[in-house]
Structure formats: structure tokens, C-alpha cells
Write a new protein. Structure first.
Length: 262
């Protein structure tokens, strides 16, 4: 009992010292809490080992460690997925990427990181749904951090009719994009490239930079597309509908009758 009481106070002291030490670092709060918990668990395990040796003199530290090793292997197989998520969570917390508040995309799921725990990460999708994702999925699969930098490039395709002047159309499109408020043009370039000869149009690849959050991207895309449409209309430049030209080997004979006659 005395050993257990001493272990209790030592565990409290260990947690207090570890908390003060880790708070001086730049570690995340979840990781600090984990390390403090592990330090306390280590003290308790050491205390129980000493108590067991006192109660059972024939029990040596070597035998105890061997027993713990066998038990650890059995527990490891039984709780493989839990330990996998646990280790993945520790590694995610250790790396500086993917902060709380970042927008991420992984395995077709996109949303805002609300919380990073040791075993799981909480992601709020843009439609409001909360997804609890195991950390092993975030660690093993490709992860795109959409807001790693505060700016993001957007690309849309704009087609003009073949009869239009390519250079004039490029100029009109670029001026329209530059006038949009959501477009970052002071330190980023707006780029317009003729991309391909499509079925009914010459297609331009229009790229610009805006904010990196999903809402900022949608707002900017809406503003730019509307501005380009207005500018091309005002300049008399046609945005063609898809159409087909049919060619017949022989001329077609059309029988027409006056209206009202059978």
C-alpha cells in the first residue's frame, strides 16, 4: 500500500513536470496531453512492478519483463487496428502539416479539420456533416491540404467561335478576369492560353489565383465566369453552341405542297 501511495504522488509530480516542460515547446495540445499521460503510465507501471516484487520475492524483474513482452504481443494482435490508428495519430501530431482549421481532401472526402485526436480526426464537410476519420486513413493515403498556403489557383475553359480573332478574344478575357475583385493580380499572374481546337470552338485555358478556402474558390469562379461572359458579349465575340455540319453525297429532293392541300 505504501508503494502504491508513493507511486500515486510520483505520477502526479511526473504529470505536472511534463506538462510544464512540454508547454514551453511548440507541440500541439493533443500531443502534449498524450505525452503527459504516457509519463504517468510509465510511473504507475514502475510502481506496480516494484510492489509485485515486494509481495512475491520469487518474481524477478526479468520474469516480469518476459511476461509483459508475451502479453504485449497478444494484445498487439488483438487490438491491431486500434494501435495502428494510435501510432498514425502520433505521427500526424508530430508533423507540422495539417493544422486545425485547414481544409483537406482525402479519398474523395473534403472538409475542414475541426479536431485532431490520437486515434481519429474530426472533419466538417462543406455540407455541414461531421466525419470521424481514423488516423490510419489520413496517414496511409494521399492527403491534399487545400489551405496549406492562403492562395489557390483556379482553371476554367472558355471557348470562342472559329471566326473570332484569337488575340482579341484573349485580350478581352484577360481584362475581364483582372477586373474581378476576388482575383489576386498584384503578386500572381492571370494566364490565358489557347488550348485546343475543339469541335465547335477554340478553347482557352483561363487560370488565376484567389483565396484557398472552398467558399472563396466558388465565389471567385462565379465572379470570373460571369465577367468573362459579359465581356465577350459586349465585344461581340461569339461563345458558340455545339453544332454539326451534315454533308450528303447526293442532293435531297424535297416535295413541298401548298398549305391546306392534301
Amino acid at each position: 500500500i505504501v508503494i502504491i501511495v508513493i507511486t500515486y504522488f510520483l505520477a502526479k509530480l511526473s504529470s505536472s513536470i511534463a506538462t510544464r516542460f512540454f508547454r514551453t515547446t511548440k507541440m500541439r495540445k493533443s500531443l502534449i496531453n498524450l505525452l503527459v499521460l504516457l509519463s504517468s503510465i510509465f510511473v504507475w507501471m514502475l510502481g506496480f512492478m516494484i510492489a509485485a516484487i515486494v509481495l512475491f520475492p520469487n518474481l524477478t524483474p526479468t520474469k516480469m519483463l518476459a511476461g509483459l513482452g508475451i502479453g504485449s504481443v497478444a494484445i498487439g494482435f488483438a487490438f491491431k487496428d486500434i494501435f495502428e490508428n494510435f501510432l498514425s495519430g502520433v505521427l500526424i501530431l508530430l508533423r507540422p502539416q495539417m493544422r486545425i482549421g485547414d481544409y483537406i481532401e482525402c479519398e474523395g472526402l473534403e472538409g475542414k479539420v475541426e479536431n485532431i485526436l490520437v486515434r481519429e480526426t474530426h472533419i466538417r464537410q462543406t455540407d455541414g456533416q461531421l466525419v470521424v476519420m481514423p488516423n490510419s486513413m489520413l496517414f496511409k493515403n494521399p492527403l491534399t491540404i487545400l489551405t496549406d498556403i492562403p492562395e489557390r489557383r483556379i482553371t476554367v475553359i472558355c471557348g470562342v467561335a472559329y471566326k473570332e480573332d484569337v488575340d482579341q478574344a484573349r485580350k478581352v478575357i484577360k481584362n475581364a478576369v483582372l477586373e474581378c475583385k476576388s482575383v489576386i493580380s498584384d503578386r500572381r499572374k492571370v494566364e490565358i492560353f489557347a488550348q485546343e481546337f475543339a469541335d465547335s470552338s477554340i478553347n482557352f485555358e483561363v487560370t488565376w489565383w484567389t483565396g484557398s478556402t472552398p467558399l472563396e474558390v466558388r465565389i471567385s469562379r462565379d465572379e470570373v465566369i460571369a465577367a468573362v461572359k459579359r465581356a465577350l458579349d459586349d465585344a461581340g465575340i461569339e461563345i458558340p453552341f455545339p453544332y454539326r455540319t451534315l454533308t450528303f453525297d447526293q442532293s435531297l429532293k424535297i416535295d413541298a405542297q401548298p398549305s391546306g392541300q392534301d
